[in-house]
Design a protein around this ligand. Structure first.
Ligand code: UDP
Ligand code: MG
Length: 324
């Protein structure tokens, strides 16, 4: 890594707040004053630099979100904006924002445009950053405002993801602070299928957690209907785990062991004479060949799993500290 970059946690950091926005023209005018208030009070207390700013990422909106961002910029220069050429989805919009601010801030906080995540937690996150944490996760203290269905389906997916070997932080969405060094490391994860909640824990470094209350949207409606949420969760698993491929082999192996019992049963029936002609040979070959075929697919799966991790070309290690 470069020697010139000073990665030490800054005492008076330039903070960038990154907001992915898709059709948020209703919410942004309500959201921005609240965020700027939070920044103002942090600047006054000396917690962050006066150069801190907000970056809105317009994710190909069709409702005048960009005009809204431009108007907000005209009234306060601390509001910046970038517009993606088309709608790429929350994760990509967020990454675009984080990579834009990476070299122009000491730390960045990502937050949704709808103020469901309490912006006051930004102050606590920054405090933890100043105490040395380079990644601070915002974790919901409760899911009271979510529907019963959303609460339980989310829990089921966390469990499934963990069982698949994906380490995500429970009840953490994408509300988090990352230091510029953490962002630099993030930029080295070049995978196309983006699931930031799974990648960020892979970065390592010193982390901390801040809990906050989750509220209702300030305005507009959710851009994550059930179908999108489901696709997102499945993406999460398939972008991180080759385990399902290994299960094919294990299933084949289990069937092969079961074969022994089946073979004993078939042979007993055969020798006791109460079978019709051809049944025993078909039974034995169906079971035996079935398990062999599954195991063969599983072996191919092992290689596909290797290709899957190779093509991601993720960094093989991240350095935390060095003494020179
Ligand atoms: N978002 C985005 N691109 C999309 C969908 C959503 O940038 O294609 C943004 C959206 O503007 C919001 C955040 O992602 O700031 C989270 O979306 P939302 O609040 O609708 O999701 P929910 O909280 O309902 O899960
Ligand atoms: Mg929301």
């Amino acid at each position: 890594m470069t020697d010139q970059i000073d990665y030490h946690v800054s005492d008076c950091p330039v903070l960038a707040v990154v907001i992915p926005c898709y059709n948020e023209a209703e919410a942004l005018p309500l959201t921005m004053p609240r965020l700027l208030d939070v920044l103002d009070s942090m600047i006054r207390s000396g917690a962050i630099s006066a150069d801190s700013y907000v970056l809105c990422v317009d994710d190909g909106s069709r409702d005048g979100t960009w005009q809204c961002i431009a108007a907000l910029h005209a009234s306060d220069r601390r509001v910046r904006g970038i517009a993606l050429a088309h709608n790429r989805g929350h994760q990509y919009a967020l990454l675009a924002g984080l990579m834009t601010v990476k070299d122009e801030c000491d730390a960045a906080v990502s937050i949704d445009a709808d103020m469901q995540d309490d912006p006051n937690a930004i102050a606590t996150m920054t405090e933890r950053y100043r105490q040395g944490a380079e990644i601070v996760y915002g974790v919901r203290s409760s899911r009271q405002t979510d529907t019963w269905f959303k609460r339980n389906s989310a829990r089921a997916f966390y469990r499934l993801q963990n069982a698949m070997g994906l380490q995500s932080v429970y009840d953490h969405a994408d509300y988090r602070l990352m230091s510029s060094r953490a962002l630099d490391i993030l930029s080295q994860y070049r995978e196309q299928n983006l699931f930031l909640r799974g990648i960020v824990p892979l970065i390592g470094l010193k982390t901390d957690i801040v809990t906050y209350e989750r509220h209702e949207r300030v305005a507009g409606e959710s851009k994550y209907p059930l179908a999108k949420m489901l696709a997102f969760s499945i993406d999460g698993i398939t972008s991180f785990s080759a385990k399902p491929l290994r299960w094919i082999f294990m299933t084949g192996l289990t069937l092969l062991l079961l074969d022994i019992a089946v073979a004993v049963y078939v042979l007993c029936s055969y020798f006791s004479g109460d079978t019709i002609s051809g049944w025993s040979s078909i039974m034995l070959s169906v079971w035996f060949l079935g398990s062999l075929i599954l195991m063969a697919i599983g072996v191919v799966g092992e290689y596909i799993g290797k290709i899957f991790t190779e093509v991601k070309a993720r960094p093989r290690f991240n350095i935390r500290e060095a003494i020179k």
